[in-house]
Design a protein. Structure first.
Ligand SMILES: [Zn+2]
Length: 98
């Protein structure tokens, strides 16, 4: 079975709180799948000081389409590529290259 991380959420280097009092991602954002302790591109959340946003969908953190991307400064290109809903197969081997 091909595991497509279509249900990804967000991990980000900073946080802001929107007018409704909800934490939103800011700074550098990566895709993160709930239940794991690393980003889709393979960064360890704890070692990279990335906060988890299980209530924010990945697409909502993308500046071009997202509703909660106002404070996002940089979107990880590897995570973006991995979650691009274009091909069935995500080549996860690519992420292991140094
Ligand atoms: Zn990433």
């Amino acid at each position: 079975m091909v595991r497509r991380p279509t249900g990804a959420q967000v991990a980000a280097s900073s946080t802001w709180v929107d007018p409704d009092g909800v934490r939103r991602p800011a700074g550098d954002v990566h895709a993160w799948v709930g239940g794991t302790n690393q980003t889709v591109c393979g960064l360890a959340l704890s070692r990279s000081s990335l906060g988890r946003f299980p209530h924010v969908a990945w697409v909502d953190a993308l500046p071009e389409v997202g509703r909660h991307a106002d404070a996002v400064q940089h979107v990880c290109e590897r995570c973006r590529a991995a979650l691009r809903p274009r091909r069935d197969a995500v080549d996860r081997r690519a992420f292991r290259r140094p």
